[in-house]
Ligand binder design. Structure first.
Ligand SMILES: [Zn+2]
Length: 280
């Protein structure tokens, strides 16, 4: 297995060498070593309950209560997460002028925290909230004290949970949760992210495709591509004779589209690959 991985890394380096318009698509696997929980495990099964659905959030107060209760408790973990060696390696590739675009399915902003520029946050960003009525965007960190202030009993309950006790929040009586409204218009506040069942804004997808058209290869990093919004890019690339590679552990959707899949952790493999590609 180890020999196999070494062989795959050498192979991938050879394929990437000389390319100056590498188009990166990253997913949850790149942020897992930073402590960001992933929705699916290596075999593609759901972990710890289904994530929230877009229509439920829009239509049901109870769904919003459940979301904000979990979000309030989980916020410190995601807010304090730092980029890891894989994010840093990708930034290094960008600074060496080897990338045409970084597109991420993650909402954690860790590419940007690692110094990457012009990142397309396909599914939005968790560091912002948006009002569904007046569309005003504000910082998620400014919303946290408002949530805490309105929900002292949850604050007390959460203090007793372990840092990874996300699922146990569900034992709390959610009907007690009070959700702070928009400060400008009193409207419903939503995280600035695309939930499952929601739609990625069209201009964002168009920008991504515009850059992909000029790419000389596509590299998937830490994604099983189970979600269509990400899957369409490798599928389009493959159709248009742009080679598609991946660094990902576990099963992948559409593996026949790939010219090479390196089954290693992004955090281990990417720094090695970057060192080779940026060596003078
Ligand atoms: Zn508003």
């Amino acid at each position: 297995m180890i020999n196999n991985i070494t062989h795959q890394i050498t192979d991938l380096i050879a394929k990437l060498k000389g390319k100056q318009n590498i188009w990166i698509l990253s997913g949850a696997g790149i942020s897992a070593p930073s402590g960001i929980p992933t929705y699916r495990d290596h075999s593609g099964q759901w972990k710890a309950g289904n994530p929230i659905q877009h229509n439920d959030f829009i239509q049901q107060e109870a769904s919003r209560q459940r979301y904000w209760a979990r979000s309030m408790v989980g916020f410190p973990t995601t807010h304090l997460a730092s980029p890891n060696a894989a994010h840093q390696a990708i930034t290094q590739l960008q600074q060496h002028g080897l990338l045409s675009q970084i597109t991420t399915q993650n909402v954690d902003r860790l590419h940007s925290a690692a110094g990457a520029e012009d990142v397309i946050d396909l599914h939005g960003r968790l560091d912002q909230v948006v009002c569904l009525s007046c569309k005003i965007v504000s910082k998620r960190e400014d919303y946290q004290p408002r949530l805490i202030k309105l929900n002292p009993s949850l604050t007390e309950y959460a203090a007793k949970l372990l840092p990874d006790g996300d699922a146990e929040v569900d034992d709390f009586d959610m009907s007690q949760i009070r959700i702070p409204p928009c400060e400008s218009c009193g409207g419903v506040i939503m995280p600035d992210v695309v939930f499952f069942g929601g739609t990625v804004p069209k201009p964002r997808v168009e920008t991504a495709f515009r850059t992909l058209e000029k790419a000389d290869c596509l590299l998937v990093v830490g994604s099983s591509l189970t979600v269509y919004s990400g899957f369409r890019f490798p599928r389009w690339a493959n159709k248009n004779k742009i080679p598609v590679y991946a660094i990902n552990q576990g099963e992948m959707r559409g593996s026949e589209l790939f010219d090479l899949i390196l089954e290693d952790s992004c955090e281990k493999a990417l720094p090695k690959i970057t060192n080779e590609l940026t060596a003078i």
